[in-house]
Design a protein around this ligand. Structure first.
Ligand SMILES: *Cc1c(COP(=O)(O)O)cnc(C)c1O
Length: 292
């Protein structure tokens, strides 16, 4: 994968004063299908599968999962057959995400929400199969995300902001940040208090670091999209030319906007926002809602 397409863009939307300085690391430019952070999370998982001689990838997700879309595309590129265990009964009409995964050659198996919750472990038993947990949430996933901050010189940023689902990407960022930097995660799920422990489980011990999760910016919960968010995403695109998605990165920038309004940062802060991609998720909206 050519990480040379990734850029570091200075941000000047109308609501951002001269200070603090802000920039966005555009992981969304990496690839349309293996989007943003998902490629970093898959990198060492696929490498491990190969070195362990596994011939099949198995992973898990919901009908709109960026992780399912990315795994399907990455396995196709790697020439590895893969199966996606999809939460919920098979729908009459497949989501755009699942259609694309299927077209990439991923086998889809639908399981009831109950069975999905209880039985994920039972899928791990075939010896030829390498299992990637839901959302790529494991140490190999976090390790790939350690490479994100070295794509560009980023040591001068005082704060790093990232949207959070499972916290894998955030853990990689925290593990690779300098001791002077503060890493801030914006969970997009409501009531995600369990995340602190999940992130901590992926951190290397014995290093001082500053990080926190700000739980007030989920905007109603996972995949809940209020009209104000749509307006915000459209305006941000009109002002900066940067497309964001309704599930993760739109909420990240919206949170940043709120933090600016609350004067959370001081004038000499330098803020780096990580654009984790996920734009394929916007395709599940009716056409014309977003003007990106
Ligand atoms: C999956 C995803 C995330 C969440 O990443 P985690 O490592 O699970 O926290 C953030 N942004 C986008 C665009 C994603 O697709």
């Amino acid at each position: 994968m050519n990480t040379g397409k990734i850029t570091l863009d200075t941000l000047h939307p109308s609501w951002l004063p001269q200070q603090p300085e802000a920039a966005m690391l555009r992981l969304d430019k990496l690839d349309a299908e293996i989007s943003g952070n998902k490629w970093f999370k898959l990198k060492y998982n696929l490498e491990a599968a190969r070195s362990e001689g596994k011939t099949h990838i198995l992973t898990f997700g919901g009908a709109y999962s960026n992780h399912i879309a990315a795994t399907a595309a990455a396995c196709r590129q790697a020439g590895l057959p893969c199966t996606g265990i999809i939460r919920g009964e098979a729908p009459q009409v497949l989501s755009h995400t699942l259609e694309t995964a299927l077209a990439q050659g991923m086998q889809l198996e639908f399981v009831s929400r109950e069975a999905y919750k209880n039985n994920c472990a039972t899928f791990e038993e075939r010896p030829d199969t390498y299992v990637i947990p839901e959302g790529g949430h494991n140490a190999a996933g976090a390790r790939g995300c350690e490479e994100i901050l070295s794509l560009f010189p980023t040591g001068h940023f005082t704060h790093i902001l990232c949207a959070v689902g499972t916290g894998t990407t955030l853990a990689g960022l925290i593990n690779s940040a300098t001791p002077d930097q503060t890493v801030i995660g914006i969970p997009v799920l409501k009531g995600a208090g369990y995340l602190e422990a999940e992130v901590k489980a992926l951190l290397y011990s014995g290093k001082t670091r500053h990080w926190q999760l700000l739980h007030d910016f989920h905007g109603g919960g996972y995949a809940k999209v209020k009209p104000a968010l749509i307006d915000f995403i459209n305006t941000f695109f009109a002002e900066t030319g940067i497309p964001t998605d309704i599930i993760y990165t739109g909420k990240l920038v919206y949170a940043f906007h709120e933090l600016i309004r609350q004067r959370y940062f001081t004038d000499n802060n330098k803020v780096l926002l990580i654009h984790t991609g996920g734009l394929q998720g916007n395709l599940s909206l009716p056409p014309g809602v977003l003007s990106l």
